[in-house]
Design a protein around this ligand. Structure first.
Ligand code: HEM
Length: 305
């Protein structure tokens, strides 16, 4: 195995972005989670018990902590609409990188349920209960949407790659893996894709199942590949660990692109259905939150209840 050529070993931006996302999400979730755990005995009480509790003026929906989370939750929820509006309005499209805006949309969406739960004191009755259910459904559906989105080959800025661009990238990856491992590119291709490639199945459940099975198979294949490439070959020096790590990283991308391209039509079809389902639930949550905020402002819901 040849030592990795630093000129052809770009820093793995995807790994850095994943770590950064996790840190930001942990920061966003830390405060509402800490408050919930710290004041669990209060949140466990019924309505009448809470009203008599000394902490009610602080933690109730209109107390300083409760209302702060309510305002932060409403602001985050309104902010969630920036991403779809940016996609639809040409004037907004010039603002920043679409991939980063989607990441911000996702992080804000994942932080929302906990912030709103602290605002409502973990009680979900009435119209806001409907809003909370709708919002939670949008968030869960968002997780599925994110999964589908990640199975469409894209550049790092989120723009979808054409089939031709994918084919070019896969060819370049094979050449680079061959250079890093000292193997022949055809042999590398055979190792990465040993069996006949199965076509995509039809239907939502079938496609999702095929995607999940493909992901698991991919992980197994990369594990086997790492083991195979780590073994010293007769007459060759021991593999260079940096070159091996680089070859495995490139192989991960190549195998992922192969799976994405095979499933592309089916993934696009399911993703289109997903868009149809995601939007109405998001609008329901929006209307319920609008009514709740309107009523709270008009009825003067700023006093502890
Ligand atoms: C209350 C929270 C959320 C609201 C109100 C919301 C709203 C929306 C809306 C209105 C769209 C555009 C749909 C369309 O273009 O037809 C969208 C797209 C999307 N959302 Fe969310 N969302 C929320 C949370 C999430 C979460 C938590 C995730 C991921 C974990 C997520 C992932 C996505 C993805 C992947 C797209 C599609 C991106 C694309 O096709 O360009 N969303 N969201």
């Amino acid at each position: 195995m040849q030592p990795a050529d630093p000129a052809h070993t770009p820093k793995d931006g995807r790994t850095v972005a994943v770590v950064a996302d996790r840190v930001v999400l942990a920061c966003l979730l830390a405060l509402p989670l800490a408050i919930t755990l710290r004041y669990l005995p209060y949140y466990a009480l019924g309505v009448s018990g809470r009203a008599r509790h000394t902490l009610h003026s602080l933690l109730g929906p209109s107390g300083p902590i409760g209302i702060s989370f309510g305002i932060a939750g409403a602001a985050l929820f309104l902010f969630m609409w920036f991403y779809p509006l940016r996609k639809r309005w040409t004037a907004l499209r010039r603002l920043g990188n679409p991939g980063i805006w989607l990441q911000v949309h996702i992080l804000a969406g994942l932080a929302l349920p906990l912030a709103v739960a602290v605002h409502s004191g973990w009680r979900f009755a009435g119209i806001i209960g409907l809003g909370y259910v709708a919002m939670t459904l949008v968030v869960l559906s968002g997780v599925v949407g994110r999964y589908l989105y990640s199975h469409i080959p894209r550049r790092q800025d989120g723009v979808e790659l054409s089939r031709e661009a994918v084919a070019n990238e896969r060819r370049a990856l094979l050449t680079r893996i061959a250079a890093a491992t000292g193997l022949d590119p055809t042999e590398v291709g055979r190792t990465l894709h040993p069996g006949p490639e199965r076509g995509a199945s039809r239907g939502i459940a079938g496609t999702l199942a095929r995607l999940v099975i493909g992901d698991l198979a991919r992980r197994r294949a990369i594990r086997d590949l790492t083991r195979l490439w780590s073994r010293p070959r007769p007459g060759h020096p021991a593999p260079d660990p940096r070159a091996l790590a680089e070859a495995v990283r490139l192989a991960r991308r190549e195998v992922a692109l192969g799976q994405q391209v095979r499933m592309l039509e089916a993934t696009h079809r399911v993703f289109a259905w997903w868009h149809v389902a995601h939007l109405p639930v998001a609008i329901t949550a929006f209307l319920a939150i609008l009514v709740h905020v309107g009523v709270a402002v008009l009825v003067g819901g700023v006093m502890p209840r």
